[in-house]
Design a protein around this ligand. Structure first.
Ligand code: SAM
Length: 227
């Protein structure tokens, strides 16, 4: 019988291999379809610019760190986490010339069994991580987001939309074919999150990308802790 632990280990190994293959094939360029060095316009709208220096942000599933680096360059205090050592080494390399006062840290951490300290983040940005791990455990994911977020914190979640017809692929685990990534509509997202968080916003969006045009259709969900 496969356990949650097996599933978590499979996901970590899978992403390490996927990221390693991608960087080898592309001579260290990130060519995942969602990749963008710029921040998405709706991400900028959401975080605002009024409390930059006092806002601590987790960029969950940071991959090669482009979003975390862009946020840190704006002055935010940023932690980027990922399960893939290869991806994080890329992130560290990309960030090496930033001024020393930049508040940016990259850490290996699996959100399904996070070792990060509780209650430290004002904002958690998940741009394309949840849609690849929701098959493993939505329960652990939700519990750990709640644990890491400050009481007044907010989550910005970007997931692939059901309306997007490209990027259909499957991963195989223990004889199961797992859609990768999962696709969502408003109803599915509400059914997963509405018992646990207040849904402040849910709307159609894109994974704005410097790799593919037109960009992949996404759904942007903004969540806050229920009081
Ligand atoms: C779609 S990519 C997201 C890239 C990045 N957020 C961006 O916007 O460019 C998904 C990333 O999530 C990471 N990941 C997968 N499972 C994870 C987990 N359980 N915890 C943390 N990161 C995970 C993968 O290694 C991969 O780099």
């Amino acid at each position: 019988m496969t356990t949650l632990k097996d599933f978590i280990q499979w996901n970590e190994d899978k992403w390490e291999t996927k990221n390693q293959d991608m960087y080898i094939q592309t001579k260290n360029q990130n060519t995942w379809p969602w990749f963008s060095k710029e921040l998405d316009p709706d991400v900028i709208d959401f975080i605002g610019t009024d409390k930059i220096t006092s806002t601590k942000i987790l960029d969950l599933g940071t991959c090669s760190g482009a979003q975390a680096i862009a946020l840190a360059k704006m002055g935010f205090d940023v932690v980027g986490t990922d399960v893939s050592t290869t991806a994080l080494n890329q992130a560290i390399e990309q960030a090496k010339d930033l001024p020393t006062e930049t508040k940016l840290e990259f850490l290996i951490d699996d959100i399904l069994e996070t070792k990060l300290a509780s209650g430290q983040f004002d904002v958690i940005i998940d741009r394309g991580c949840f849609h690849s791990i929701c098959c493993i455990s939505t329960k652990k994911y939700i519990a750990n987001l709640k644990k890491l977020l400050k009481p007044s914190g907010k989550i910005l979640l970007k997931t692939m939309s059901l309306q997007e017809q490209r990027f259909v692929s499957y991963d195989n685990f223990a004889g199961q074919q797992i859609p990768m990534p999962y696709r969502f509509d408003e109803e599915i997202l509400k059914s997963i999150f509405s018992d646990h968080f207040t849904i402040e916003k849910i709307e159609n969006s894109f994974f704005y990308s410097s790799v593919i045009k037109p960009p992949a259709q996404a759904i942007l969900t903004v969540l806050s802790k229920k009081i």
